[in-house]
Design a protein around this ligand. Structure first.
Ligand SMILES: [Zn+2]
Length: 136
């Protein structure tokens, strides 16, 4: 990761922390995040506004992941760990392979949802998490 990318992520982490402690994202927060992440942040806000973020928490483990709706007409959902991974094509192509983005719109939508507690919560038995997907 370049120094610039590291600085951008550090700034973003500070903004996410502020949003989390305020419980809401101000216009200033959103404009900083848009400056850092560009169109992906705008798309992430849209996904969240449309109720496209669900947090699945295992019981009794308490471990969780996010399911984030894609924007295509197929309305696919991607498994997302906001700071580390998304199962969408863009994550592997734009981020892991080409290194042109810091994170995808689904990761941003999940981080924003988590920071403002604006996601559906689903509890799933831990045994339903597995290599073959999630059954809810
Ligand atoms: Zn993604």
């Amino acid at each position: 990761m370049s120094v610039t990318a590291g600085v951008a992520l550090a700034v973003a982490d500070a903004v996410w922390a502020e949003i989390r402690s305020a419980g809401l994202a101000s216009d200033e927060h959103l404009s900083i995040l848009e400056a850092l992440f560009g169109k992906n942040m705008v798309r992430a806000s849209k996904i969240l506004d449309e109720g496209g973020v669900r947090r699945v928490t295992g019981a009794p483990s308490g471990r969780s992941l996010f399911l984030v709706m894609g924007e295509s007409k197929r309305k696919e959902e991607y498994i997302c760990f906001p700071e580390h991974l998304c199962t969408c094509y863009s994550f592997f192509y734009d981020i892991v392979s080409r290194g042109e983005q810091l994170c995808c719109k689904h990761q941003l939508a999940a981080r924003l949802a988590e920071a403002v507690s604006k996601h559906q919560n689903i509890e799933a038995a831990s045994y339903s998490f597995g290599l073959h997907g999630i059954s809810l």
